[in-house]
Design a protein around this ligand. Structure first.
Ligand SMILES: CC(C)(COP(=O)(O)OP(=O)(O)OC[C@H]1O[C@@H](n2cnc3c(N)ncnc32)[C@H](O)[C@@H]1OP(=O)(O)O)[C@@H](O)C(=O)NCCC(=O)NCCS
Length: 160
């Protein structure tokens, strides 16, 4: 039932929708209301759309419904990974990550790294990422804790 397709520019609004709802309804269990309010905002739709189109990105679908997205910057940064609250825990992010890892290998990227939320940290840890550091980032006057994490793809290839 879950499939992945490439992001197209017409997906900009749905990715904004998923981003906002995932923070407000899922990540909100790990952050205060003030932090959520500061994080869950997209003030410049055009800048968002431009950013999404500027690197490879993928949409995960449940049947015909687009339920999540993720991207991969050429240096190995997994910048965004968000899944709609109504479709948590069914493997959507796992499929996105498998897609990203396959693409990274194809491009010769050996290390993927991300800044994982408190909410996403266990997900990435179970999939071979390790925490490099915890950090606080500033968003619109609020400070939020997240984790610099990385995964070397060579290690996975060697053990699988
Ligand atoms: C972190 C996140 C991307 C994971 O997405 P997901 O599609 O639910 O992930 P998956 O279904 O592939 O895996 C979730 C894991 O939780 C388990 N799970 C079970 N029930 C669950 C539920 N009701 N909700 C969430 N996860 C559940 C899954 O079985 C799986 O366990 P495993 O890691 O042992 O295999 C998603 O929770 C999310 O969007 N969070 C909020 C936004 C966020 O913090 N994004 C990351 C920013 S860096």
């Amino acid at each position: 039932m879950l499939t992945v397709r490439q992001y197209v520019p017409a997906d900009a609004d749905l990715t904004i929708h998923i981003f906002l709802r995932a923070i407000r309804e899922v990540a909100s269990k790990d952050y205060t209301q003030a932090q959520v309010d500061a994080w869950a905002r997209v003030e410049d739709r055009e800048a968002w759309a431009k950013r999404r189109s500027s690197r490879p990105a993928w949409i995960v679908q449940y049947g015909n419904v687009s339920i999540g997205f993720a991207d991969l910057v050429p240096d190995g940064l997994l910048d965004m990974m968000f899944v709609h609250p109504d479709y948590q825990g069914i493997g959507a992010a796992s499929l996105l990550l498998a897609t990203i890892e396959a693409e990274a290998r194809k491009q010769g990227i050996q290390r993927i790294f991300t800044e994982a939320s408190l909410t996403a940290r266990p997900f990435f840890e179970r999939r071979g990422f390790r925490v490099l550091a915890s950090q606080t980032v500033e968003k619109r006057g609020q400070t939020l804790e997240n984790f610099k994490m990385e995964k070397f793809l060579g290690e996975t290839a060697a053990t699988s």
